[in-house]
Design a protein around this ligand. Structure first.
Ligand SMILES: Nc1ncnc2c1ncn2[C@@H]1O[C@H](COP(=O)(O)OP(=O)(O)OP(=O)(O)O)[C@@H](O)[C@H]1O
Ligand SMILES: [Mg+2]
Length: 301
């Protein structure tokens, strides 16, 4: 079953241009889907539609086969949501917030306390468990909000920029925890601007701009589609110019059609007497792919 489904999903906020236009999307269960795009692209709008916080102007969507608009309770029960605007109770402590939330979703109090404590430990805020959430710093609140999203073991996780504003160590902790949830089988819908982290975490992506989905697929598939190449790169003795290679950023490189060709290329270089100091396969990064799609869109305008 698709964990997430959208067909012709469109949202217009009171009279303006479409914030989201005719989005078609499917995310299979168990996948980690990275939703990428510039500010104002329509990412948060999509999350709000998928979690029932907004109703579509046109089109439809479903989470685990249920409509967030018509069956909000079933959808909420299966989802953990973390958005910029955390809905936490400031007069409850960090742990109380988690236990309150988990028991609301049917977890027994003892299990909720254990699960909540475990998450607070993993997120490095266990020592603040008895402090009122109102007295948490922004970064602590953000981590508490993630813990809240995870506490009831949701099958689908919607995370809207979970690491924005976190210090590097906390961001790493959060990313590790997201990876852990994915390894345990949760589907993750992750909106982020942090492309390097996204590349480590996600198995597939959507790139959106001005409400239009520009691309969709794995990094390799999108690279192929946008025409980005993989290269064999080498660093060789100072006076050498390896034949068939071009100079690029202190390295020499040549297009690698298939990765299986790499050993042959190196063998040929060595046999022709070129001293090879370093060699690597240089694949397009998520950053390369992202900028290529955004640029193509800008050029087309
Ligand atoms: N409540 C609202 N009322 C009117 N327009 C809105 C509202 N919320 C969002 N928009 C508009 O919808 C468009 C998409 O916004 P959205 O918040 O979905 O973008 P985003 O991709 O999440 O951006 P960011 O990366 O900045 O979080 C923007 O043009 C924004 O101005
Ligand atoms: Mg947003």
């Amino acid at each position: 079953m698709n964990a997430i489904y959208a067909r012709n999903l469109t949202k217009t906020y009171g009279g303006g241009a479409n914030a989201l236009e005719k989005l078609d999307l499917e995310v299979e269960e168990g996948r980690v889907f990275g939703f990428l795009g510039p500010n104002g692209a329509g990412k948060t709008t999509t999350v709000k539609l998928l979690t029932g916080l907004l109703a579509p102007t046109e089109g439809e969507c479903a989470v685990l086969g249920r409509s967030p608009q018509r069956e909000p309770e079933e959808v909420h029960r299966a989802c953990g949501v973390m958005t910029e605007t955390a809905r936490l109770y400031s007069h409850l402590s960090g742990l109380e917030n988690l236990v309150f939330y988990a028991t609301l979703y049917g977890m027994k109090k003892q299990e909720a306390t254990e699960r909540g404590s475990g998450l607070l430990k993993k997120l490095g805020i266990f020592s603040a468990r008895d402090k009122k959430a109102g007295a948490y710093s922004t970064g602590m609140l953000q981590r508490l909000s993630l813990a809240r999203a995870l506490v009831a073991r949701p099958r689908v996780l919607f995370l809207d920029e979970p690491t924005s504003g976190l210090d590097p160590e906390s961001a790493q902790t959060v990313n590790r925890l997201i990876a852990e949830q994915a390894a345990e089988g949760a589907t993750v819908f992750l909106c982020t601007h942090q492309l390097r982290y996204a590349q480590d975490l996600c198995d597939e992506y959507g790139i959106i701009d001005h409400g239009h989905l520009l691309a969709r697929g794995s990094l390799a598939a999108m690279s192929r589609e946008i025409g980005l190449k993989t290269y064999a790169g080498v660093r060789v003795g100072a006076s050498c110019r390896p034949e068939g290679f071009e100079a690029h950023g202190g390295w020499w490189r040549t297009v690698l059609e298939e990765e299986e060709a790499m050993p042959h290329i190196l063998q040929r270089l060595v046999q022709s007497g070129v001293p090879v100091y370093e060699a690597q396969i240089v694949r397009p990064t998520l950053e390369d792919v992202y900028f290529s799609y955004i640029k193509r869109e800008e050029d087309a305008e």
